[in-house]
Design a protein around this ligand. Structure first.
Ligand SMILES: [Zn+2]
Length: 92
């Protein structure tokens, strides 16, 4: 089997591949913009310019989620979800 890169077909194949990548990037960007609009419209927005945090924490000394939420209270977060799980491992 001959290597495509060592044949004259390498140039057109490279252009075709680059074009496909460009089209794929454009379609992905459009899909991202459309999905962001759908999320804003249908999931509801508390406020723009703020962020949400979903924290999943595994620790050897778990505390109630409220403990961690109060630690994050000063940050510009409009919604905080904290899940705490105890580590069952022997490591410390
Ligand atoms: Zn552990």
């Amino acid at each position: 089997m001959t290597d495509l890169l060592s044949t004259p077909a390498a140039g057109p194949a490279s252009v075709r591949g680059g074009g496909l990548r460009g089209v794929g990037f454009l379609l992905g960007s459009l899909a991202s913009a459309a999905s962001a609009a759908l999320l804003f419209r249908h999931l509801g927005v508390d406020d723009t310019g703020k962020y949400v945090a979903i924290v999943s924490l595994v620790t050897h000394a778990p505390r109630p989620p409220a403990f961690y939420k109060t630690r994050l209270a000063g940050l510009p977060l409009s919604h905080i979800t904290v899940e705490v799980a105890a580590c069952e491992g022997a490591d410390a």
